[in-house]
Design a binder for this molecule. Structure first.
Ligand code: MTE
Ligand code: HPA
Ligand code: MOS
Length: 750
C-alpha cells in the first residue's frame, strides 16, 4: 500500500507520548558536564561601566564566569557573524535592551549557575531609551532603510473616489512559547573540534556561528538536531546565540557544557513576532470596491537587524492578501528600539500585512453598512481566463501573476458550507434581542506565497542509504519541530523505493551529512527536502529496477545488488524552479505558488465585561493533494489556534523602562484547551497543486495561522453591532490583540 496521501501517525508519536523522544536537555551528560546560565542586563539602554563577578566566582561549584573581557583573552571577536554584525556575543560598552546577555556563569549544575548569575553586579550609567515605534520614528532610529513601493496612481485614485477613510492602529507582537525553550549542548572533540546538539531550525547557520566564535572552519564543527519541542520561527536564527554561548564555555572549560534557557530568561533574551503600527488612507466606491490605498507601515525590530528585513518585505508582499490593489503606495519603516531583537514567527510578516488589508475591508463595510463578505468579494483578483493574460487585475503589486486564483471559489464554497447568509440573519435577530451579549461573524481568505523570498535559500539536499538487509535510512537538511516533516519525507522515500513505511527511518539533521542546508522555514520544508529525498531514492530504485526479476522482493534484489557491487545509497538535490525576484525593486516572481485558505468564525462578546468567546469555526484549506491528511489537519488546527491567541489574548507589555512585564505563563496567556470553539470543522480544498511539487501537495506550516484573522474581524463585527445598538458611530479603536480590556473600551468609547 502506498504511504503517500495516508493519514499515518507522526514518526515520533509514540515516543512523544511515552517520554521516549529525547530533546537536547534529555541527552545523557558526559562525566564532568558543566552548565551555563546567562547574566542579564537590567537596563534598556545604558553605558556599561563594569561587571563585578567576584561574588559569583566565590560560590562553591562555580567554575568560571565569561564576559566580553574574556573573549579578548581567548582571541574571539565579540560579534555574531550576522549579515550586519550588529549583535555582540556579550554586551560590551553599551547595554542595548533589558535582558541582553552580558556574560555567562558556568557551574556544576544548572541551578547553581542560575543562582550565581544573579550574584553578578553590573555597573552602568543609564541612557535614554527608545521603546516604541513612535519614539523610533521621531528619532529616525532604524535598523534598515525604509522600502517604498508604488503602483498606479494612488493619490489621484483616492481623491477621485466616492469615499475616503483614514485611520491608524497598533498590532502587538507574540512570544513563540515553544514548549522546549532554547537549548544547546556542546561537546569538545579532538584537535579543537566541536560538536553541538542544538534545538535549531537552522543547524547550518549554528555551525557557521560556532565556527566563527571558536576561530574554526565549518569542517571542524558538527551540529546535530534530532527534534525541537517547537520552533515556530523562534529558532530560525536565535538558536544560534545559545549554541555559541555553550560552545564558548565548553572551549574555555575544556568540558561538555549544556545551556538551556529558563522560561523567564527565554522571554527576556529572545525576540518575538514584530509589533506593527499602521497609518492608512483608502479611497473606495459605493460598493466597497477599492480605488486607491496609501499605506504607512512601521515594524518594531528591537535592538538589531536579525531577520527584520525579509520579515518587513514579506508584510509588503502580503498587503494584498487575496485582493487586487491597483493603485497603491506603501512606505515600510523598520524601527530600531531598545527591546529584544524581533525575529521570524509563523507567517514571517505575512500576518502583519494581511491584518492591515482585512482591517480595511472591515472598516469599509462598516462605513457603507454592508456585509463585510460582500466588500471582500468585490475586491478579489480576476481569474486569468476572464481577463487578458496581462490584465492588471490578475497581477500583484510586486508584478507576479496570480495564476491559480482559487480564493473567490473557496470563499463561495465556504459561504455555503458554513451557511453564512442564514447565520448572518440569525445573528441580526439575536443581536436585536440580546442587550448585553452581542455576536459577530466574519469570513476571511488567505493567500500566502510559498518560497523563501531570498531566492538562493530555495535549495535542499538529501542522502538515502539502503542497507543490505533492505532497510532504509534517510537524512536531509530539514529539521523536525513537530510539524511532521520527517514523517512526510519517510512516506515519500518508502513509495519511491516501493517498501513499507516501517522500513524507512529518518535520522537527525546533521551538518556532516548534508552541508549548507537552508533553515527549515517559509513552510517549504517538505517542498524542498522531500523532493531532494525522492530524487536520491529514485537513483537507487533505477539501479535496482535494471536488475530486478519479475515479482522479486525488495530484500532479494537489494541483496543481489550488493553482491554484484551496485551502489545502494545516493544523494539528491533540489532547487525550486521558476522563481526570480529583484530585491531592490520588489518586483518579480518571489513565490513558486500560493497556498490558500478561508475561515469563517463566529464570536460572542460580553459588552459589560469585554470578555469574548469563539463559538464556531469552519475552515476550508488548500493543501493541494495532501501527503498526510492527519498531519495537515493538525497543522491547520494548531496554526489557527496559535493565530487566535496572537489576536485575542497574548499581550506583550513592556513598562516605561523597557522591562517586559509579561515574561512568564502567569502573565502571558496562550490559548488552552478550554479556548477551543465548540464547533471546529476543517475541510480540505481537494485539488492538486498546479505546480509540480512533491505529489502535487502544498506547503501547510504557516498559511493556516492567518485564518485566525477571521476571529479578529468577527470581534470587530460584534463591537460594531454593539455600538450600532447603542446609537454610537462605527468609529472605534482598532488596536489588537483584542483583549477584554480593548473590547470593553472599543464598545464604550465616544
Ligand atoms: N508546527 C509545529 N508543531 N511546531 C512548529 O514549530 N513551526 C511552523 C510550522 N508548523 C512549527 C509548526 C513554522 S513557523 C514553519 S515555517 C513550518 O512549520 C516549518 O516546517 P515545514 O516547512 O516543514 O512546514
Ligand atoms: N520566510 C521564512 N524565513 C526566511 C525567509 C522567508 O521568506 N527569508 C529568510 N528567512
Ligand atoms: Mo517559519 S516563521 O518560516 O520558521
Amino acid at each position: 500500500m502506498k504511504a503517500m496521501g495516508r493519514a499515518v501517525a507522526h514518526e515520533s508519536a509514540h515516543a512523544h507520548v511515552t517520554g521516549q523522544a529525547p530533546y537536547v536537555d534529555d541527552i545523557p551528560e558526559w562525566l564532568g558536564c558543566l552548565h551555563a546560565a546567562p547574566i542579564l542586563s537590567e537596563h534598556a539602554h545604558a553605558e556599561l561601566l563594569g561587571v563585578d563577578v567576584q561574588k559569583a566566582l566565590a560560590m562553591p561549584g562555580v567554575v568560571a564566569v565569561l564576559t566580553a573581557q574574556n573573549l579578548k583573552t581567548i582571541g574571539c571577536s565579540n560579534a555574531f557573524p550576522t549579515q550586519s554584525h550588529d549583535e555582540p556575543i556579550f554586551a560590551e560598552g553599551e547595554l542595548l535592551h533589558r535582558g541582553q546577555v552580558v556574560g555567562l556563569v558556568i557551574a556544576t549544575s544548572h541551578w547553581l549557575a542560575r543562582v550565581a548569575a544573579r550574584k553578578v553586579s553590573i555597573e552602568a550609567k543609564v541612557l535614554p531609551a527608545i521603546l516604541s515605534i513612535e519614539e523610533a520614528l521621531k528619532a529616525e532610529s532604524f535598523v534598515l532603510p525604509p522600502v517604498f513601493l508604488t503602483r498606479g496612481n494612488p493619490e489621484q485614485a483616492i481623491a477621485q473616489a466616492a469615499h475616503q477613510l483614514s485611520k491608524r492602529f497598533h498590532l502587538g507582537g507574540q512570544e513563540h512559547f515553544y514548549l522546549e525553550s532554547q537549548a544547546a549542548y556542546a561537546l569538545p572533540q579532538e584537535q579543537g573540534q566541536m560538536v553541538v546538539h542544538s534545538s535549531s531550525q537552522h543547524p547550518g547557520e549554528v555551525q557557521h556561528w560556532v565556527a566563527h566564535a571558536l576561530g574554526l572552519s565549518s569542517h571542524q564543527v558538527r551540529v546535530e538536531c534530532r527534534r525541537m519541542g517547537g520552533g515556530f520561527g523562534g529558532k530560525e536564527t536565535q538558536a544560534g546565540q545559545v549554541a555559541v554561548w555553550a560552545a564558548l564555555a565548553a572551549k574555555v572549560c575544556g568540558k561538555a557544557v549544556k545551556m538551556r534557557l529558563d522560561r523567564d530568561d527565554d522571554f527576556l533574551i529572545t525576540g518575538k513576532r514584530h509589533p506593527f503600527f499602521y497609518d492608512y488612507t483608502v479611497g473606495f466606491d459605493t460598493n466597497g470596491r477599492l480605488a486607491g490605498l496609501s499605506l504607512f507601515i512601521a515594524s518594531n525590530c528591537g535592538f538589531s537587524v536579525d531577520l527584520s528585513g525579509p520579515v518587513a518585505d514579506r508584510a509588503v508582499f502580503h498587503l494584498d492578501n487575496a485582493y487586487c490593489l491597483e493603485n497603491l503606495s506603501v512606505r515600510s519603516y523598520r524601527c530600531k528600539t531598545n527591546l529584544q531583537s524581533m525575529t521570524a514567527f509563523r507567517g514571517f510578516g505575512g500576518p502583519q500585512g494581511m491584518v492591515l488589508i482585512e482591517t480595511i475591508m472591515g472598516e469599509i463595510a462598516r462605513t457603507l453598512q454592508k456585509d463585510p463578505i460582500d466588500v471582500r468579494l468585490q475586491n478579489t483578483y480576476d481569474l486569468i481566463e476572464a481577463s487578458s493574460p496581462t490584465s492588471v487585475r490578475s497581477h500583484t503589486h510586486y508584478g507576479m501573476q496570480v495564476e491559480d486564483n482559487i480564493a473567490p471559489a473557496m470563499m463561495q464554497a465556504l459561504l455555503e458550507q458554513a451557511a453564512y447568509r442564514k447565520r448572518r440573519e440569525q445573528l441580526n435577530v439575536f443581536n436585536k434581542t440580546s442587550p448585553v451579549v452581542k455576536k459577530g461573524l466574519a469570513l476571511t481568505p488567505v493567500k500566502f506565497g510559498i518560497s523563501f523570498t531570498a531566492t538562493f535559500m530555495n535549495q535542499a539536499g538529501a542522502l538515502v542509504h539502503v542497507y543490505s538487509d533492505g532497510s532504509v535510512q534517510v537524512n536531509h537538511g530539514g529539521t523536525e519541530m513537530g510539524q511532521g516533516l520527517f514523517t512526510k519525507v519517510a512516506q515519500v522515500v518508502a513509495d519511491e523505493l516501493g517498501v513499507p513505511l516501517h522500513k524507512v527511518v529518518v535520522t537527525a539533521s546533521d551538518t556532516s551529512k548534508v552541508p549548507n542546508a537552508s533553515p527549515t522555514a517559509a513552510s517549504s520544508g517538505t517542498d524542498l527536502n522531500a523532493k531532494a529525498a525522492q530524487l536520491a531514492a529514485r537513483q537507487i530504485r533505477e539501479r535496482l529496477d535494471a536488475m530486478r526479476e519479475p515479482d522479486e522482493s525488495f530484500e532479494s534484489v537489494v541483496r543481489r545488488a550488493y553482491m554484484a557491487r551496485v551502489q545502494l545509497w545516493s544523494d539528491g538535490f533540489y532547487a525550486t524552479p521558476k522563481i526570480h525576484y529583484d530585491r531592490t525593486k520588489l518586483q518579480g516572481r518571489p513565490f513558486y505558488y500560493f497556498a490558500y485558505g478561508v475561515a469563517c468564525s463566529e464570536v460572542a462578546i460580553d459588552t459589560l465585561t469585554g470578555e469574548s468567546r469563539l463559538l464556531r469555526v469552519d475552515i476550508l484549506h488548500d493543501v493541494g493533494k495532501s501527503l498526510n491528511p492527519a498531519i495537515d489537519q493538525g497543522q491547520i488546527e494548531g496554526g489557527f489556534i496559535q493565530g487566535m491567541g496572537w489576536l485575542t489574548m497574548e499581550e506583550l507589555v513592556w513598562d516605561d523602562k523597557g522591562a517586559l512585564k509579561t515574561q512568564a505563563p502567569s502573565t502571558y496567556k496562550i490559548p488552552s484547551a478550554g479556548d477551543l470553539p465548540g464547533h471546529f470543522e476543517v475541510r480540505f480544498w481537494d485539488a492538486p497543486n498546479r505546480e509540480e511539487t512533491i505529489f502535487r501537495s502544498k506547503a501547510v506550516g504557516e498559511p493556516p495561522f492567518m485564518l485566525a484573522i477571521s476571529v479578529l474581524e468577527a470581534l470587530r463585527d460584534a463591537i460594531g453591532e454593539a455600538r450600532r445598538h447603542q446609537g454610537r458611530p462605527q468609529n472605534f479603536c482598532l488596536d489588537a490583540p483584542m483583549t477584554p480590556e480593548r473590547i470593553l473600551h472599543a464598545v464604550h468609547e465616544e
